[in-house]
Structure formats: structure tokens, C-alpha cells
Design a protein around this ligand. Structure first.
Ligand code: PLP
Length: 385
């Protein structure tokens, strides 16, 4: 193995050193319970509230609107269920898209089992939701719309502002899952016309198991869990203090250098995509050509199972994903690719390459060199040419 190259940042990111430094005191000497009234509790409460301010500032929100969660999955779950149940006397119809993360889709499925009605709007071949289609599905009993800001697999950035406006004009609660977009492109809760927005720390060089749900003040939303007064009763349970501190610092860092980082990643990503386009036959480049996260690329190499490619790259020290990390244990084709109309036999031949701030030009050169050898070798072995 010549070198190790991590190209799976949409699955998770390494924790930034500054984030580790910020967290360390809260793993040891600052151990108090933030709900305790004594000095030990108060100093930790101060840290938690400072983190809340950092998160709020990064999102253009008010700190009181931030609820800490165990990550993106819980934020999505609380957003959808909290809005559905708070609005159920007004109606029971929910709209979402076919390319949402399972955190949203599975929660919608659960709500459907509980008597809500869910409409899943399709996407075009780039994975894009048409706001017109969303508008066409709105009914008098529609209470909630949830469309993600950017897709975790193909990186397509959705017209969330327009969809949010549609919802606002009709007094419908609008949630957007910004787990993948936040830290890669600007995210401002007011500009997106959102009512609820989810983020996760481990996608932005923070720790795993920490995230936040932004709940617009005045939004019709009610808590789901019971058991304590934490987070203003919106999410009870003793706080994951080191995680929250890490999330706060990661948010601060994420926005402090966003434009430069995005530009650098986009240059590297575009070079890689151009090389693949020019040097490989039978390759699909998936996702929207322009409206796409700057760090993300998604390829299908006809005739080569994505998993075989992933394993071969792994033997050479390169980490990519053969789909959404969350579903990489099963070999069913990704629902996102199928929703985009990519045939099953092509969808199975896909890899996602997602860059991060520690990647260099040399990393990409090495990846392309190994990819070329691997694709040629596997194609030579494959009966499909
Ligand atoms: N939403 C999206 C778009 C994601 O990509 C992910 C994780 O991959 C999640 C939600 C879940 O976030 P977490 O891993 O913090 O639970």
C-alpha cells in the first residue's frame, strides 16, 4: 500500500484538532451536570450555552431555537414527528421526496403506519426535486413538507428556498435536512424559508453522536420525548456535553473558512471528474452537473460492481463508498439512484467519492492512478465489456 487516502467524507469526517482541544476539558475536569446549580454544573452550563451560540451563529439562528440531539437521524425524527403531531388537528398529509435519507423516509413510513398520509414526490435524472411537482401535491390537509438541502449520495442541491416559500405561503411547516449541505455550502435558516432544519456534527469535522435541530420560534412543533426539563423540555435527557462542545466548535470552524475550502475542494473534484470523463468508457457521472456539493462525485462504471471496486480500492488504501454508508451492508441498489431513473444494473456499479479538507492534489492523482488500474483489471475479468 503506497498511501492511505480517505475519500468518504459524506459518510463521516475526521475530528478537527481544534474540536478535540475544545472537547478535552469536558471529558475530564469539567464533568459537572449542566443542570446542577453548583459551580461544577454552572461552568459546564456556560460551555453548553456558548456552544449553542456558535451553532446558532453558524446557521443565522437565535440560540433559543437550537435543540441539541444525538445527531442528524434524531434531529430528522424529532422534526417530522414533532411537526406531524403538533399539526394533526389541521390535517394529516405530509410531502417528502424520493431521495431523502432513510432518517426521513423511515420516519415518514412510521407516520404513515400511524394514520398520516405521505406523498413522495419523484426527482429528475439529476436527482432534483421540481418545486412545481411539490406545489401540485399540496392539499388543504397538507401539514408538513420535508425536502433535504443536499443529497448525501449524489450531492444534488435542492431548490429548498422555493419549496420553503411554497410552504410558507400556505402555512405549511417546512423541514429541511441540511446534514450534508451544512459546512459545504452556505446554510442560513431564514434564507432557506425553513421552519425546521437538521445538522450533524460528524459530517463537519466534529464528533459522532451529536447534532442539532433548529426550530423556528413560533413553529407549530411539539416535543416527542418526555422525561426531563433539558433543552427547554424539547429534548429531555442529560446532555452529551463533550459532543455539544465539539459540535459548537465544529460549527464555528465550518463557517469561518467555508468559501475558500469549498473552492479548493471544487477544483480538486472537478479535475477528478474531468479525468474520469475523458479517460474511461462506459462511465456515468451521476448527480446534477452544476447544482452539486463541491466535494462530491458519483460514478457508475458499467460492468463493474461498486462493491468490487470499493474493495479493490481499499486494498490500495483508498476509502470510498459504494452507496450511502448507512446502507453499505446490504447489496440492494440505492433508492436515490433508482429514483433518478438509473437502471438497477448500472446503479449497482456505483461509487461515491467525497472529498474533505485534508485531501491534496497528490491524493487525487493517486486515486486516479489506482482507479485506472482497477477498472481496467476488473473489466478484463468481467464477461460484460
Ligand atoms: N441525513 C443525511 C442527509 C445524512 O447524510 C445522514 C448521514 O449520513 C443523516 C441524515 C444521519 O445523520 P447522523 O449520522 O448524524 O445520524
Amino acid at each position: 500500500m503506497k498511501r492511505k487516502v480517505y475519500l468518504d467524507h459524506n459518510a463521516t469526517t475526521p475530528v478537527d484538532r481544534a474540536v478535540v482541544q475544545a472537547m478535552l476539558p469536558y471529558l475530564h475536569e469539567k464533568f459537572g451536570n449542566p443542570s446542577s446549580l453548583h459551580l461544577y454544573g454552572r461552568e459546564v452550563r456556560a460551555g453548553v450555552e456558548e456552544a449553542r451560540e456558535k451553532v446558532a451563529q453558524a446557521l443565522g439562528a437565535d440560540p433559543k431555537e437550537i435543540v441539541f440531539t444525538s445527531g442528524g437521524t434524531e434531529a430528522d425524527f424529532l422534526a417530522l414527528r414533532g411537526a406531524a403531531y403538533a399539526n394533526r388537528k389541521r390535517g394529516r398529509h405530509i410531502i417528502t421526496s424520493a431521495v431523502e435519507h432513510h432518517a426521513v423516509l423511515d420516519t415518514c413510513e412510521m407516520l404513515a403506519e400511524e394514520g398520516f398520509e405521505v406523498t413522495v414526490v419523484p426527482v429528475d435524472r439529476h436527482g432534483m426535486v421540481d418545486p412545481g411537482r411539490v406545489a401540485g401535491e399540496i392539499r388543504p390537509d397538507t401539514i408538513l413538507i420535508s425536502v433535504m438541502h443536499a443529497n448525501n449520495e449524489v450531492g444534488t442541491i435542492q431548490p429548498v428556498r422555493e419549496i420553503g416559500l411554497l410552504a410558507r405561503e400556505r402555512d405549511i411547516v417546512f423541514h429541511t435536512d441540511a446534514v450534508q449541505s451544512f459546512g459545504k455550502i452556505p446554510v442560513d435558516v431564514r434564507e432557506l424559508n425553513a421552519d425546521l432544519l437538521s445538522i450533524s456534527a460528524h459530517k463537519i469535522y466534529g464528533p459522532k453522536g451529536a447534532g442539532a435541530l433548529w426550530i423556528r420560534r413560533g413553529c407549530r412543533w411539539s416535543p416527542i420525548n418526555r422525561g426531563g426539563g433539558q433543552e427547554r423540555r424539547r429534548r429531555p435527557g442529560t446532555e452529551n456535553v463533550p459532543g455539544i462542545i465539539g459540535l459548537g466548535e465544529a460549527c464555528r470552524l465550518a463557517v469561518s473558512n467555508l468559501d475558500d475550502e469549498a473552492r479548493t475542494l471544487k477544483t480538486l473534484r472537478d479535475r477528478m471528474v474531468s479525468y474520469v470523463k475523458e479517460n474511461f468508457k462506459g462511465v456515468w457521472i451521476n448527480g446534477h452537473p452544476g447544482k452539486r456539493l463541491p466535494n462530491s462525485a458519483h460514478f457508475s462504471f458499467e460492468g463493474i460492481e461498486g462493491e468490487a471496486l470499493l474493495l479493490d480500492l481499499d486494498l490500495n488504501g483508498i476509502a470510498v463508498s459504494s452507496g450511502s454508508a448507512c446502507s453499505s451492508e446490504s447489496s440492494v441498489s440505492s433508492h436515490v439512484l433508482l429514483a433518478m431513473g438509473i437502471p438497477d444494473e448500472v446503479a449497482r456499479c456505483s461509487i461515491r467519492v467525497s472529498l474533505g479538507k485534508e485531501n491534496t492534489k497528490e491524493d487525487i492523482d493517486y486515486f486516479l492512478e489506482v482507479l485506472t488500474n482497477t477498472v481496467n483489471r476488473l473489466r478484463a475479468l468481467s464477461p460484460i465489456k
